[in-house]
Design a protein around this ligand. Sequence first.
Ligand code: SAH
Ligand code: SF4
Length: 459
Amino acid sequence: MYQQSVTSVRSRNDRLALASGRRPAACIRTFGCQMNAHDSEKISGMAREMGYELSGDELTADLVVYNTCCVRENAENRFFGNLGKMIHRKNAGEDFVAAICGCMTQQSAAAERIKTKYPLVDIVFGTFNLAAFPDLLLETLTTGRRAAEIRTEHGEGFSDGLPTVRERAFRASVNIMYGCDNFCSYCVVPYVRGRERSRPADSILREIEGLAGSGAIEITLLGQNVNSYGGAGSGGFAALLGEICRVPGIKRIRFMTSHPKDLSDGLLDRIAGEPKICRHIHLPLQSGSTKVLARMNRGYTKEDYLALAARIRERIPGVSLTTDIIVGFPGETEEDFGDTLDAARKARFNGAYTFVYSRRAGTPAADMPGQVPKDVMNARFARLLDTLNPIFLEENRKLEGRTLEVLVEERSPRGEGFLTGRTDGNAIVHFRGEAGLIGSLADVRVTGCRTFYFTGELC
Ligand code: SAH
Ligand code: SF4
């Protein structure tokens, strides 16, 4: 069905382009994490294959796709804010196709809300069936009726091999696994992305070889818990990394996310021994309180985490350690929060994503006693930033005067003649240079340090 639908939509769009002198445009808007961003690259790839020109303008596009996130309430709110624009265009009688996909559609309550409250949305599809998009689009275009398909079971490798549009040819994300089995008590991911399944190594390697062939030098491997690739304790991830290092043309390998309970010494040794693997580990702490960690179902204590952080720093000199922290988990006391601040000080993180706890219907934490009032959460959040920011700055200052290899990514927003690149440790560096360097590795001497970025000079 897939190829037939792609061909039919493409012929239709070719005819329209010929008649009007303008190719129909598709705008794909992404909410949420890197996993969603990568799904959007596949949705863009399918849209392009179906004869759409990609556009950033959701107010004029002939096809608008919203790829939703429901991990936290504010991502949901941003989506509903944008949905208003889509509905406004529909109410004004504009002729375009409105589609919604992503994690939100996999939650029955949200899917129901979209179905009943927003009848003007033409297409709804889930995370398990990205490849159904062309069939649904064709159905809507030919019948004028709504087409929806949300699956709750997944077929192996269902979205592997879909055409993909990547923002930059020199940098690419690759899924190595889908779903999650950890069921942290606050998190919707296992419900909306399904059970953990690892892609076969040969399929991953073929994809990376293809990417290298089209100019990729940096690869980011994506999974909710990459350390359990091939099964927790199998050593599968360290082995996979070793094989990827041997793909000609690939110069840098990143991965995220590492779950502390599954990070083995074997993996640390692999990272330490392979210069192509970036010296950066994103290791979500979530909370520094052992009691809260137990209620979160994280599978480690504060002491376990700190011992692991120390082991990482010892085995991989110069490593950058970044984290995710949630404040205001149900039942979090002032003492528990103090443990989080203490752990943050001891781990001396190089960077962090910080979140206020968001109550997610259907997760165990949503029904736990002791939901923390908003004002208390916000005050703790501000104190957490006050603790973390000076640590980032102090850690960054240690690199002043050093020469770091950066992947030059784009022109810098800092002004004419400036470029922006990323270090091995995933830090941002702004420096003067010719735009011709974009897409290559360059040595940059760090001349200035801020909390969230460096300034430097090309060597
Ligand atoms: N699989 C990754 C992260 C996936 S979600 C991991 O386990 O580390 C990204 C981050 O969002 C999480 O690490 C967590 O810090 C945050 N998050 C998830 N659910 C949340 C919730 N209900 N409220 C606030 N933050 C949440
Ligand atoms: Fe969510 Fe925990 Fe799975 Fe990460 S490991 S996706 S936080 S359930």
